[in-house]
Design a protein around this ligand. Structure first.
Ligand code: B12
Ligand code: SF4
Length: 453
């Protein structure tokens, strides 16, 4: 049995992202001595030639694609990656009769729809290590691959909550060019846990990872970092939904890094509710250069509507703690959720200004995915029609702000250069990003906004 793992993610904004999910699958295949190779299309200009060469040379039984992104979830400058994936799959079919299987975070959001749209054979939704391994073992026993051709079969990791992360092998990065990502401004990526128990109305993370938190042993995390440091990867993003929940685990990870005297820079997403001076000190001491709060709004009504588990007071307190310790921090805002008015938008803006963050990343309109609470609201409001397949994006944008928000943002951003609006290419775009990277800037670009202040 030969498996070709393919990463077709070529997005370079905000920076090229190393295919960690694919490396997790490579890790389990390696552990079980299953013959596999990797084709990463990220830095390849001529994808057709690369695919042809890989398939003719290796003749895999299965081409397994890791679909990280569906689209850039950005409004109004929206980019879909699906047409490119379709071309990739067409090319694969030209040179291989093997099975085509799909997995990945993006895939997991629309498993049946994408299997049909991309005309692949089998899909794996959610964590893929055990489901994919089981599938390969099943095929090996039956010795009949063709059973699954065009099967429409979607296998879900429905017991994700039972998955003990410490039983998993570490991601295997050996068949990928990790340094290429760093050179282009990307980061090494590390997962310290899976799952999120919170219920923000639009959020897909609990769908992808499950809602029960499964933490990894800090010693195993530090082992993984040590190995990467030996390969000169010294700038990391901790990819957890919320690095600082549970607080004790986040502290333990920092302590392990400090104990081993590992020299790295890292950043992460964080929840303002679980920020303490002690944690921020440990984060700084272990090399953290900045954290990104999933704030969404700074107005009591909108925090409630968005299902957030913190208050404006929590946001202020977390911001103050960061300021006091000298930690760079960014608030991510999402304008246009249910109940948003221009008054709530303006209130959020002025509250955030008073917190004086290093930068603000601001999205307008929320990409709706099935299975979220927001999709129910959107359905009730008639935004989602029966039979909607979500392949073309549906953006939720409250009617009260629909016409006024874009002009407001254009004028707001003129006086606020540290506010980034990715969906409007304001204060970030490919040209600017390339220029900054040429100066050798690494890590999240928003962290450099402090130089603008
Ligand atoms: C961390 C993160 C980031 C960081 C990444 C930093 C870094 N250097 O790693 C940053 C902030 C840079 C980022 C940027 C973006 N991100 Co992001 N990100 C995430 C996040 C939170 C974690 C991703 C991760 O690493 N997970 C850990 C790995 C191990 O898990 P995994 O990839 O899912 O892999 C598992 C399974 O999916 C499966 N699997 C994976 N591949 C395969 C293959 C096969 C064959 C099988 C069987 C199984 C399988 O098994 C794996 C192990 O269990 C996810 C949300 C989430 N919780 O998943 C969003 C997410 C992936 N991002 C998303 C998006 C949209 C983006 C951006 C386009 C946003 C933007 N407009 O800028 C950019 C794209 C960047 C790029 N170049 O691709 C979306 C993608 C889905 C979608 N809507 O299209 C997600 C799901 C969030 C969301 N909004 O829903 N992101
Ligand atoms: S936004 Fe953050 S806290 Fe809320 S559900 Fe998603 S991952 Fe969890």
């Amino acid at each position: 049995m030969k498996i070709l793992l393919i990463s077709p993610n070529t997005e370079s904004l905000p920076d090229p992202v190393f295919p960690l999910g694919l490396a997790c699958i490579a890790g389990i295949l390696k552990k079980h001595s299953i013959n596999h190779k990797v084709l990463d299309l990220c830095f390849i200009a001529d994808y057709e030639t690369a695919i042809k060469a890989a398939l003719i040379d290796y003749k895999p039984d299965i081409a397994a694609l890791s679909l990280r992104n569906v689209d850039n979830v950005s409004y109004p400058h929206y980019i879909s990656y699906l047409k490119f994936y379709r071309k990739v799959i067409k090319t694969i079919k030209n040179y291989s009769h093997g099975l085509i299987v799909l997995g990945g975070s993006g895939y997991s959001l629309l498993p049946n729809q994408l299997l049909a749209y991309l005309e692949a054979d089998v899909g794996f939704a959610g964590a893929g290590e055990f489901t994919f391994l089981d599938f390969i073992n099943r095929i090996k026993k039956k010795k009949n691959l063709s059973l699954y051709k065009n099967s429409g079969l979607v296998i879900s990791q429905n017991s994700a909550d039972d998955l003990n992360m410490d039983h998993l092998p570490p991601p295997d990065r050996s068949l990928l060019d990790c340094l290429a990502y760093l050179k282009k401004g990307g980061m090494g990526n590390i997962q310290t846990k899976r799952g999120c128990p919170f219920k923000c109305i639009y959020c897909t993370y609990p769908i992808i990872e499950g809602s029960t938190v499964r933490t990894r042993d800090p010693a195993l995390i530090a082992d993984e970092i040590e190995k990467l440091l030996k390969k000169n990867i010294d700038n990391f993003f901790f990819v957890d939904n919320e690095f600082n929940y549970p607080l004790e685990h986040a502290e333990a990870v920092c302590c392990e890094i400090i104990k081993r005297k590992l020299s790295l820079k890292w950043s992460c997403y964080a929840n303002p509710k679980f920020i303490t001076p002690g944690l921020i000190d440990l984060m700084l001491e272990s090399g953290c250069t900045g954290l990104e709060f999933g704030t969404d709004a700074a107005n009591p009504e909108m925090l409630l509507n968005m299902g957030k588990n913190f208050s404006v007071a929590d946001l202020k307190k977390a911001s103050q703690i960061c300021h006091k310790a000298g930690m760079a921090f960014c608030h991510s805002l999402l304008f246009g959720g249910p109940g948003e008015t221009m008054d709530t938008v303006k209130q959020s803006c002025s509250e955030i200004i008073s917190m004086s963050p290093t930068a603000v990343v601001c999205m307008v309109g929320i990409r709706v995915f099935p299975g979220t609470l927001l999709s129910r609201v959107a359905k009730d409001e008639g935004l989602i029609k029966p039979g909607e397949d979500f392949i073309e994006p549906v953006f939720y944008l409250a009617q009260a702000v629909e016409k006024k928000i874009l002009p407001f943002i254009k004028s707001w951003s003129k006086n606020n250069p540290t506010w980034i609006f990715p969906g409007l290419n304001i204060n970030i775009n490919t040209n600017l990003q390339e220029k900054l990277r040429r100066f050798g800037l690494r890590g999240p670009l928003w962290e450099y906004m402090k130089n603008l202040k």
